[in-house]
Design a protein around this ligand. Structure first.
Ligand SMILES: *Cc1c(COP(=O)(O)O)cnc(C)c1O
Length: 385
């Protein structure tokens, strides 16, 4: 069966140019970058090359890039590292109520360890009003952490304005940019951010490698104690093939991102319009303008999201429910709840996230199948009787 993948926000396939770049680093250039000899130097050069590419991509300096094991680690590092290093100054953290679990769970861990966290509500569009951030700052605030774009509903936040407020109040500002990095332009100076998380597997790179940008002068505690890798902030032997692949993926993004985003946006709009116009009782979740190029999230009344996902899967189409993290549980997504969706609307939600390997024919096929499945499910729905 022909398979159609519409779950690029969960992960992406590795670009073949990235695989090609990585391969020699498994067995030919296999040295430990910390070794002084030839093998080590070759590996170290490759890591530094990737660091330069990553830094250039977001307007940072190479020494401000720390390689990690992924987006989750980068988020944990930023939140715990800032908290441990600045608790003498204050113990208050500000975040939103639509963050990724990597941020949420880190916040909850910090709350159990004497910190106080404000989870700010967002507008029904999914956008956080910067005024809310301003109001929440106290003399005790040490960190603001807000995601650049949301993994479920694709909403892009007014990061520059929030960063400006953080700076005026002398508070550190971290953004989880995992869904944006490599897809829309990011510049750490224009955005006024002190830290930024990214992950390779969301931009056609390998799984298990990410980065944390840390602005020079930021007071942060090491995340891993051990060797002196990554300026002693993140010990452990480098994942050289992973870092090399990440560098290549960023290089590809810096060349192709704008063109790809334009194409993906056209597929996205075709899909959104096809659903909203042709299937009655449907609603788009998230803002329709401040939105990732690849994100479609809709609520379809009188059906269960799970039913649609299974139906589409039988037709070879892979989509997700409101959130990859909540699928499998009966709890409606915290993001859909935060934008005011009722439980039954949230239960009838599906997320389709597109990528550079999708085609227009795939979108047509998906719309056709979705239409049939919704009709069938609604016929059987007790919600309609
Ligand atoms: C995927 C994702 C993460 C986690 O990244 P991993 O590399 O999978 O650990 C964090 N935040 C957001 C917004 C994500 O989409």
């Amino acid at each position: 069966m022909k398979r159609i993948y519409l779950d690029y926000a969960a992960t992406t396939p590795v670009d073949s140019a990235v695989i090609k770049e990585m391969l020699p680093y498994f067995n030919e250039i296999f040295g430990n970058p910390s070794s002084l000899h030839y093998f080590g130097r070759q590996a170290s050069n490759a890591v530094e090359k990737a660091r330069n590419i990553a830094a250039g991509f977001i307007g940072a300096k190479p020494e401000e890039i720390i390689f990690t094991s992924g987006g989750t680690e980068s988020d944990n590092f930023a939140l715990k590292g800032i908290s441990w290093a600045n608790s003498n100054k204050g113990k208050h953290i500000i975040t939103s109520n639509i963050e990724h679990h990597a941020i949420f769970e880190s916040c909850m861990f910090l709350e159990k360890n004497g910190f106080r966290v404000s989870y700010l509500p967002v507008e029904p569009s999914g956008i956080l009003n910067p005024e809310e951030v301003k109001k929440a700052i106290t003399r005790d605030t040490i960190l603001i952490t807000i995601m650049h774009s949301n993994n479920e509903i694709g909403t892009i936040q007014p990061i520059r304005e929030i960063g400006h407020i953080a700076r005026e109040n002398d508070v550190y500002f971290h953004i989880d940019a995992v869904q944006s990095f490599g897809h829309i332009p990011l510049n750490v100076d224009e955005l006024n951010v002190d830290m930024l998380s990214a992950s390779a597997h969301k931009l056609y790179g390998p799984k298990g490698v990410g980065l944390l940008y840390i602005r020079k002068g930021t007071r942060i505690a090491p995340f891993m104690n051990g060797g002196s890798q990554e300026r002693k902030l993140r010990a452990s032997t480098h994942n050289v093939p992973g870092i090399v692949g990440f560098g290549k993926a960023i290089e590809l993004a810096s060349v192709n991102m704008n063109k790809e985003s334009e194409f993906i946006t056209s597929l996205r709009d075709k899909l959104i319009n096809g659903i909203l116009l042709d299937i009655d009782n449907t609603e788009l979740n998230g803002d329709n303008i401040q939105r990732l190029p690849n994100n479609v999230n809709v609520s379809i009344k009188f059906v269960e999201g799970e039913g649609i996902i299974l139906g589409l899967d039988l037709d070879g189409i892979a989509v997700s429910s409101g959130s990859a993290c909540t699928s499998g549980s009966l709890e409606p997504s915290h993001v859909l709840k935060a934008i005011g969706r009722t439980a039954d609307l949230a239960h009838g939600s599906i997320r389709m996230t597109l990528g550079k390997y999708n085609t227009e024919e795939e979108i047509d096929y998906t719309l056709e199948k979705l239409h049939v499945i919704v009709k069938r499910l609604r016929k059987m729905s007790p919600l309609l009787k």
